[in-house]
Design a protein around this ligand. Structure first.
Ligand code: SF4
Length: 514
């Protein structure tokens, strides 16, 4: 396929490099330097430090043959280590130690609130949810959330600023507005809600259950970002996935959000669903571009019916591998032509949106919600199955309502598994995060942060990257690594090379990277 004239985002993070590094072989020499002219492939000693671009300035090269060849199973790296490495012997006492560590820093926090209920099921869904239309469930759940928020605050230190908040699910708007208001009240008594201009308080909503009046009420409660699950506007696709929501409904929600001052609206889209073709999805993209949401999350549908039984209800009309690639190519071309900036690996944003500006400034972060503009603050997760990242650990709550309720009713937290990072995990997390966010890596910055010799420490990984470099996916020199246009869509494959756990059997539970 032809190269796409996609990204022309200038590198605004060029100053990320610049420090010298010391040590062993030049990876450019040992990695059969790529054809993309990164230079330095003949060096025998390390030349003077120079800048490694942090934001790709070249177009994406869409090579179906290469994309097909590297379409392996792999994590999305919203965390490292990933949830697959969480251990069952990690418990609330381990979390309490991490929370005490966090409390000493006094840094602002990010809060994730998980509401697992949905009153109807989408057949493609792979989320942790409880499908019910019995609203009585919400009362019992909200009661436990109140208890959990208060216990978390006493561990983490009440009165800490809340720089970011995200409500996800499930369907957060399964709760009544009164229930949401009571929780916001509890949160604001335990933490300091920051001013509207500097806070990022987001909520995922289902336009089928949250009309314009609800949108206005959510804004009045302090939410300033909205995420709407759209997936596709094609009625045939909507019927196949059991999620019928006409365009007019989404438009009314969007209008309400804009009229009452939501700062940014995100649409979730999915490609790879039944009946989708590049032509049919172009119509959806026409509508999306016309509505002009500030952000878009565009996910590849992962068909894993063995793991997610509901997916067996989908009709047997799924696009195959080449058709999915054609869909992706259409999406990237259309959204880029409409002026959206491609963020990381699955987001798009208007150039004036904070996310695009963060990417340009090199301050983009990756977390469980995808990409984030906020500094790397500790993330507190509340609710069934919620994951937090506090101090030097990740921790996850009980994954069923019964076990979550039992744990909270016993007077403690509901943490049932997690992982404490060792020094190697910290180093690799930073490497992977920089690749996922900036598409490049400056060795000196990792060396300085972790007191290692990058080339010696990652000698085997750099050797492994030689094949990817030979295929033109990455360029490596003595100072850093850069994802090339042909590797832009395969950043997870590059990141995976630095994943110590990638060969564990659990990785086969991940979806394909494309
Ligand atoms: S996709 Fe979202 S709304 Fe649909 S069933 Fe899953 S969690 Fe619920």
């Amino acid at each position: 396929m032809n190269p796409l004239p996609l990204l022309s985002t200038p590198c605004a993070n060029a100053s990320a490099a610049g420090e010298s590094h010391t040590g062993s072989r030049c990876p450019g020499c040992q990695s059969r330097a790529s054809t993309e002219g990164h230079g330095q492939s003949q060096c025998a000693t390390r030349p003077a430090p120079r800048t490694t671009p942090a934001i790709p300035s070249a177009p994406i090269h869409f090579d179906a043959r290469l994309l097909g060849r590297y379409d392996v199973n792999g994590p999305r790296y919203t965390s490292y280590p990933t949830a697959l490495q969480f251990r069952d012997d990690f418990d609330a006492s381990d979390y309490a130690r991490a929370a005490a560590q966090s409390k000493r820093t006094g840094k602002p926090l990010s809060l994730y609130v998980h509401v697992p209920f949905c009153d109807t099921v989408c057949f493609y869904c792979a989320c942790t949810k409880v499908v019910t239309n019995n609203r009585a469930h919400a009362d019992a759940y909200v009661e436990r959330l109140h208890a959990e928020i208060s216990r978390q605050a006493s561990l983490l230190g009440a009165g800490r600023a809340l720089a970011q908040m995200h409500w996800g699910g499930g369907t957060p708007t399964f709760l009544s507005l009164e229930q949401i208001a009571s929780l916001i009240d509890a949160i604001s008594r335990q933490f300091i809600m920051t001013p509207d201009e500097s806070a990022e308080y987001a909520i995922e909503i289902d336009p089928r259950s949250a009309g314009p009046a609800s949108i206005r009420a959510l804004r009045a409660l302090g939410f300033n970002r909205l995420s709407i699950g759209v997936q596709d506007f094609d009625p045939r696709v909507q019927e196949a996935i059991h999620r019928v929501q006409p365009r007019a409904l989404v438009e009314a929600t969007l209008d309400a959000a804009r009229n009452c001052g939501f700062r940014s609206v995100n649409f979730d889209l999915i490609y790879g669903l039944p009946h989708q073709t590049p032509e049919s999805f172009s119509n959806t993209l026409d509508a999306v571009i016309e509505m002009a949401p500030e952000r878009l999350s565009v996910f590849s549908y992962a068909h894993l019916p063995q793991q997610f039984k509901m997916q067996r209800c989908l009709p047997d009309a799924l696009p195959d591998g080449p058709q999915k690639l054609a869909l992706l190519q259409t999406i990237i071309a259309r959204l880029s032509a409409a002026g959206y900036v491609y963020i990381g690996m699955d987001h798009f944003a208007r150039p004036d949106d904070e996310l695009a500006r963060a990417q340009a400034a090199g301050t983009l972060h990756r977390n469980f919600q995808g990409y984030s503009t906020r500094a790397d603050c500790d993330l507190v997760g509340v609710g069934m199955s919620a994951i937090g990242r506090v101090g030097d650990c990740y921790a996850q709550n009980a994954k069923t309502l019964k076990t979550y309720y039992e744990a909270i009713d016993a007077g403690g937290l509901a943490i049932t598994r997690g992982v404490q990072l060792d020094e190697d995990d910290h180093i690799r997390r930073e490497v992977i995060s920089r690749l996922m966010c900036h598409m490049s890596l400056n060795f000196a910055s990792i060396e300085q942060a972790h007191d290692i010799d990058f080339i010696a420490y990652f000698a085997s990984e750099l050797g492994e990257l030689a094949d990817l470099a030979a295929d033109g996916l990455v360029a490596i020199d003595a100072h850093g690594l850069r994802i090339l246009p042909a590797g832009r869509l395969l950043v997870r494959v590059v990141a995976q090379v630095f994943d110590r756990y990638r060969r564990s059997a659990t990785n086969t539970r991940c979806a394909k990277v494309m």
